[in-house]
Design a protein around this ligand. Structure first.
Ligand code: ACO
Length: 329
């Protein structure tokens, strides 16, 4: 018996913000952004487009792919750091947009690793509780709202978008694969490395916090870089060895799309050929929890995956959190 992905979908907003557009906003250059990050452009949601709106579009596509109806869903999990509101959860708002009233709904916050965390948690729930037969997981971010468009250190990095998968418990004798192994990890002693300083219970919103621009994402880029490469590679090795799968058998490595140099470094550490490492960071930048699942949907929809293929997902983000999932398609 396996918990299998039976449908994928994604959505990115129409508005494209290029490196040349950013040259007009802060002291940067297309050349700096390309060589340091690999990013060429990113998508930006409109003012009246919330995370739940993007999640809705990705979810509808995934449900059409899986040929299921909203009523079939038993669980909806939204991985995000940009929820529509502090409360209720974006998953509940999405539930009402989808009219999927048979589902239990919650949000999960593990920053860029949120989709990977959600996959393992839903896998565990579906494996142990027979009432969860079909689940919808979404990674979605409207990072443009957390971006300080006056800070060149961060504003060139992020973008908006959503990706979704439908999971189903399969028990037929021809049903191979599913989620074979997962590694979820965190080290909260690095909680200061990537953060939005104000707006929570520690430092509530005030005229002062707004004046000091404390509601935007700040990041210690270089420190994050070093940790990201080492931890993602180790997490991948962990799931491969537990599943007794060699890296040479993996059809796709889908790393979090934060920075092309990080992606290349992880691929090199794992000794996987570069043509098996999926890259779309040039088109969307870092979309945090949405990044890996948007990439997965692109691979599926362009026919670059076959039944039985091994797919290795890995991500790293604020917390710090990191992890890997090994899937068999
Ligand atoms: N344009 C031009 N110059 C810039 C820019 C810019 N946009 N940004 C920074 N610089 C300058 C800096 O000021 C610095 O100048 P100085 O030497 O005069 O001080 C110089 O460029 C080098 O800056 P570094 O920070 O050393 O640049 P680095 O090569 O480390 O690249 C980057 C920075 C792209 C942020 C990289 O460190 C990185 O990708 N880190 C990892 C990010 C990541 O993976 N995040 C994942 C989690 S995100 C989440 O959870 C939401």
């Amino acid at each position: 018996m396996g918990i299998k992905i039976i449908g994928t979908g994604s959505y990115v907003p129409d508005k494209v913000l290029t490196n040349h557009d950013l040259e007009k906003m802060v002291d940067t250059s297309d050349e700096w952004i390309r060589t340091r990050t690999g990013i060429v452009e990113r998508r930006i949601a409109s003012d009246n487009e919330a995370s739940s709106d993007m999640a809705y579009k990705a979810s509808v596509r995934a449900m059409e792919f899986a040929r299921i109806k909203p009523d079939d869903l038993d669980l909806i999990v939204v991985a995000t750091i940009t929820s529509d509101r502090i409360t209720p959860s974006t998953a509940c708002i999405l539930q009402s947009k989808l009219k999927a009233y048979n589902a239990a709904c919650f949000d999960l916050q593990a920053a860029c690793t949120g989709f990977l965390y959600s996959l393992e948690i839903v896998n565990a729930l579906m494996s142990t509780n027979p009432t969860y037969r079909k689940a919808l997981i979404i990674g979605v971010e409207k990072l443009s709202m957390l971006t300080d468009w006056k800070d060149r250190n961060t504003c060139v990095l992020f973008g908006d978008g959503a990706g979704a998968v439908i999971l189903e418990k399969r028990a037929g004798k021809h049903d191979i694969g599913g989620i074979l192994a997962s590694k979820l990890a965190s080290n909260g002693s690095y909680n200061d490395l990537i953060k939005v300083p104000a707006g929570g219970s520690a430092i509530p919103t005030s005229p002062e916090t707004i004046k000091k621009r404390m509601h935007y994402l700040s990041m210690e880029g270089q420190e994050v870089f070093k940790l990201a490469v080492n931890e993602m590679a180790k997490a991948c090795q962990d799931v491969l060895s537990r599943a007794k799968v060699d890296i040479s058998e993996v059809r796709w490595l889908i790393p979090h799309q934060a920075n092309l140099r990080i992606i290349h470094a992880v691929g090199k550490k794992l000794e996987i050929p570069s043509e098996k490492v999926y890259i779309n960071v040039h088109m969307y930048g870092n979309t945090s929890a949405a990044s890996v699942v948007i990439a997965l949907d692109e691979i599926v929809r362009t026919g670059k995956i076959d039944r039985g293929d091994y797919v290795l997902l890995t991500a790293f983000g604020a917390g710090i959190t990191w992890g890997a999932n090994l899937l068999r398609w």
